[in-house]
Design a protein around this ligand. Sequence first.
Ligand SMILES: [Mn+2]
Length: 362
Amino acid sequence: MARRSADSGLNGKVSLTRRSDRFLAGLKEAATVTFVSHVHPDPDSLGSMMGLAHLVESVLGKRTRLTRDGLISRAENRAMVDLLDIELIPIEKASWHDGDAIVMVDSQPNTGRHNLDPCVPLYAVIDHHDTPGDLDDVPFVDVRRTLGATCSLVASYLMEQSIELPPRLATALFYGIETELSGYPREASSLDDSALLYLYPLASKDLLARIRNARLPQSHFECILHALQSSFIYDRLIISWVNELPQPELAAEVVDFLIRFEEIDWAVCAGVYEDKLILSVRSAAENARAGEMLRQVVGKLGRAGGHDRRAGGTIPLLSASANAVEQIQSELRRRLLKALHIDECRGHRLVSRKEILQNLQA
Ligand SMILES: [Mn+2]
């Protein structure tokens, strides 16, 4: 094993100092390896599952399975799955057998982001989120909170093991990293940038362009219009209330759009999807600790978490009545203002009511 010689420990014995070696060593006895990620898998989750599956197949020759928890509804993410031909087993249809090792990527156990049976034991957790999960019983853990993307960590394993990357995998990993690094200030480390440099020449630029520019349904534009018309500014915070999200990931797209508004540092979107209120947060401030902020704001109402400048959460709605939604909205507004040290004040609209009506009559 010439590849390992460089890793010999001081005592001359082979020590598995590289994380990819330790990750693979623990899978030697596994019959198959199944990958799971958070609900509504995003490009970072999809690329990470694909990359680790390729690593396991190439080095250990084991069979692998990739799963999908919940829907993939964002147009770009659906295009990624279709164009890169990613085979995903719905998590509720996956059966678990002895000898099947389960690896969780881009998330941590018991963070409220999975439909995976919590009794299914995990072999590994590979992630970059701030939000802590229950990791005590997990044999292999590689959580690096300073990384922009889990795909960067996975790419580093593939580089360590000198594995050749087919274009569809390089494309998936590249896009997974790119989507995580899109805001400013950047949530990125030098490992993210070196992974991007390594992957770009290997990726299909044509497929990348098709994924980035995926076609959007009419409901997308209706939702954006509705979000803009129900956005309220409180000092450096903007909150957008959406009565009905056509798909849950649109809340994130609304805040990605609003955070560029020059008069605010925080953007929050809260939208109703089925029997849940979906929350998404972006911050343009350094050391915003958005994930922690939203976790405190949501508290026992639901679950939340994320990164320094991006966060998300869900609150189950006990009743879909307008009254019940309004009550949660006003409680959330109060808690958000308090958490961000903004004096209780009446919000003013991003687009005034008068202008909205005038535009309709024009
Ligand atoms: Mn991620």
